[in-house]
Design a protein around this ligand. Structure first.
Ligand SMILES: Cc1cc2nc3c(=O)[nH]c(=O)nc-3n(C[C@H](O)[C@H](O)[C@H](O)COP(=O)(O)O)c2cc1C
Length: 311
């Protein structure tokens, strides 16, 4: 039996293997975070938090369809003060803890991130600049001037490795602009991609929308893998080598994990697939990923990471 080494690192923090949960699904409460702690997820990623607790948007706000899901939750979370209490209680699981922050302004993000910077148990902070589901708020990541300002101001107060959760980009000019901003900042990792914003799913039989908020418009996950892969690939080409990339979007199998690493991701997160199942998904993906690596006769990630061939 050949020994596999699946270790990876993000901003200098070691992960036993590259698969963990994405911010959002089943990571709001202490109980949910503890379940992720006992699972095979390589890290514990928390729901994006705001200053005040939020109930989020009215229901129904999630709809599963073949291959994916559409949702508009509107950031339901316990408020950052509760997470200040919860994070230290997760240390016993001995895996990296990642806080996700999604304040409604630069000042709110500064407040939350200053406080999180003081919590020794938090390993990484992911700043979500890509939530598509806040009624009346555009996605920060599509406003490059505001993103630049936000990243610079947050950099002043963040004392932990800072990551950015990015929206999907679809135009090479936009990749170039964002990459330039990130290369000139203190950001040490990026996570690509958030849900593809403002999709619309139609109930054919009843001739109506399937979710209530925003007249049926919502973030789409699951069937978005080609866009996730493209964003990882393009940012790997454009970002400084020392900036790590976490891939997320449409990962349901070990083959999907392999493809993300091949395109340049250092690790991957699981959103919709976890939402549609339970914490067993991490064990399943890990076993499948190990099988893929063995079948291809690799023994460690560096042998194929960022080695996608062009034809
Ligand atoms: C129910 C749900 C809630 C989400 N909430 C957040 C969130 O709070 N913060 C965030 O950065 N992304 C959030 N996302 C986006 C996911 O982290 C992920 O980027 C996206 O769903 C694409 O991955 P997937 O195709 O594996 O679902 C959420 C996704 C889902 C399905």
């Amino acid at each position: 039996m050949i020994k596999l080494n699946l270790k990876t690192s993000i901003a200098g923090k070691d992960f036993e293997h590259p698969i963990f949960n994405a911010s959002g699904p089943k990571c709001i409460t202490r109980e949910e975070l503890e379940e992720i702690g006992v699972s095979r997820s390589a890290g514990i990623m928390a729901k994006s938090c705001t200053i005040k607790p939020r109930d989020g948007n009215p229901s129904p706000r999630h709809f599963d369809f073949c291959g994916g899901a559409i949702g508009s939750y509107g950031l339901p979370n316990l408020g950052y003060k509760k997470y200040l209490e919860i994070f230290p209680q997760l240390k016993s699981y001995c895996k990296p803890i990642i806080a996700s922050v999604s304040g409604m302004s630069i000042e709110e993000n500064q407040t939350i991130i200053s406080e999180f910077s003081k919590v020794s148990e938090i390993d990484l902070i992911e700043l979500n600049i890509s939530c598509p589901n806040i009624i009346g708020k555009p996605q920060v990541g599509y406003d490059f001037d505001y993103s630049k300002k936000m990243i610079a101001e947050i950099g002043k107060v963040c004392k932990k490795p800072l990551g950015l959760k990015l929206p999907p980009y679809f135009d090479f000019a936009h990749f170039n602009t964002m990459a330039k901003i990130i290369n000139n900042s203190k950001v040490s990792f990026v996570t690509c991609i958030n849900s593809v914003g403002n999709g619309l799913y139609v109930d054919f039989e009843n001739e109506c929308t399937v979710i209530k908020p925003k007249k049926g418009f919502g973030g789409v996950g699951g069937i978005i893998k080609p866009f996730g892969l493209a964003n990882v690939r393009k940012f790997r080409e454009l970002l400084r080598d020392d900036i790590n990339i976490v891939g997320v979007g449409g990962i349901f199998t070990g083959k999907d994990v392999f493809e993300y690493l091949l395109c340049g991701a250092d690790a991957v997160q699981i959103g919709t697939a976890f939402m549609q199942s339970n914490t067993q998904i991490f064990e399943k993906l890990l076993l499948e990923f190990k099988q893929v690596i063995q079948d291809k006769e690799y023994t460690r990630l560096s042998q194929f990471k960022n080695k996608l061939k062009e034809i």
